[in-house]
Write a protein that binds this ligand. Structure first.
Ligand code: FAD
Length: 311
């Protein structure tokens, strides 16, 4: 019996118990990460309803199976050994609704692009910053993702999550601990939805802000290489990219992982590397860059990317 089948057995579930859920066994996480790296998830589940999500969490809780939540995989570095237990992805819970004159309710699996497009159609401004942040609303709120136009904490008023025991928790923004690329949303709860407070604006105003952000990024960021965006957080008062570049590390390579020659804080994957890049290459490059910046400038860079799974 493969690992995935063994975990499904421990969960005591069959595909017939969860009619609205896509279940995949021994699913390569490389299919679900933007750096296209990562070994297999034992069981990868995409529930289509909240009931199925609650049933999955309850089964995992009862059986002591570890659970990992993933969104668009845009900020994840999944190691080559993959992820044990159950991986839950909410891509099918993705409704976006207007709930008041300037209020929107978004499910966690909605892509940021979809939310931006829907808010534009509602004539509501405030989420233009999402044009620079790929992934889902769930991952974005957990990361308090953002750009120079704003971040999640500017628009989120309430976050709803489910505990592993299946209890619903609704927190006002003040209780979410939002700060630079982080929040205090508990790692053992899954965010299912959030409420946003926006303001009315004509589509032209929204489009102009989005285009300004896109042009800024086009000019500064690498293209055509699998990546996670910025690898490190900016240290207080400085830029991780500036420090990495000043340490002479642009273009540094370990296996198929490279410090982008375009933007030094983007540690990217060379899609033509032979042998193909492994997550271990990128992890080793991260450690090499960190050590060099610490030695040269006495600054310990903190990761923005989240490393998951087994080596
Ligand atoms: C090309 C590119 C550009 C980027 N530019 C930016 C940028 O400008 N600014 C910025 O802030 N980020 C940027 N990022 C990083 C990334 O887009 C953000 O961190 C994004 O918000 C992550 O969302 P995700 O859905 O992909 O989450 P994932 O990467 O899948 O997960 C991120 C974290 O959230 C958790 N998580 C995901 N969904 C849930 C859920 N429903 N409930 C509980 N926990 C959950 C995961 O366990 C993980 O810890 C960029 C990435 C790329 C690839």
């Amino acid at each position: 019996m493969g690992r995935g089948a063994a975990v499904l057995d421990r969960l005591g579930l069959s595909e017939a118990d969860l009619p609205d859920t896509q279940l995949r066994l021994d699913e390569p996480m490389a299919r679900h990460t933007t750096n296209r790296l990562g070994g297999p998830a034992d069981v990868f589940a995409r529930p289509g309803t909240r009931d199925d999500l609650a049933a999955l969490l309850a089964a995992a809780h009862a059986a002591g199976v570890p659970v990992t939540f993933v969104g668009g995989g845009t900020n994840l570095l999944v190691r080559d050994g993959g992820i044990r237990g159950l991986v839950v992805n909410l891509a099918r819970l993705r409704a976006v609704e207007r709930t008041g004159p300037a209020a929107v309710h978004a499910e966690a699996g909605a892509s940021t692009g979809r939310v931006l497009a829907r808010c534009r159609a509602f004539g509501l401004s405030g989420v233009e910053f999402l044009a620079g942040v790929p992934g889902t609303m769930g991952g974005g709120v957990v990361m308090n993702a953002g750009t120079f136009l704003g971040e999640f904490k500017d628009v989120v008023v309430r976050v709803t999550s489910l505990t592993r025991a299946g209890e619903v928790r609704t927190r006002p923004a003040e209780a979410c601990g939002f700060r630079y690329r982080a929040s205090d949303l508990p790692a053992d709860e899954v965010v299912v939805s959030m409420d946003l407070a926006l303001r009315p604006a004509p589509a032209e105003v929204i489009d102009a802000a989005v285009e300004r952000l896109r042009a800024h990024r086009r000019a500064r960021e690498p293209h055509g290489v699998p990546n996670n965006g910025s690898t490190f957080k900016n240290p207080p008062g400085d830029y991780a990219g500036r420090l990495i570049e000043a340490a002479g590390l642009k273009g540094l390579r370990i296996g198929g992982a490279v410090v982008s020659p375009v933007h030094a804080n983007w540690l990217v994957v060379d899609p033509k590397a032979d042998p193909p890049c492994r997550a271990a290459d990128l992890v080793a490059l991260i450690e090499r860059v960190r050590a060099a910046v610490a030695e040269r400038f006495g600054v310990r860079l903190e990761l923005e990317v989240r490393i998951l799974g087994e080596p």
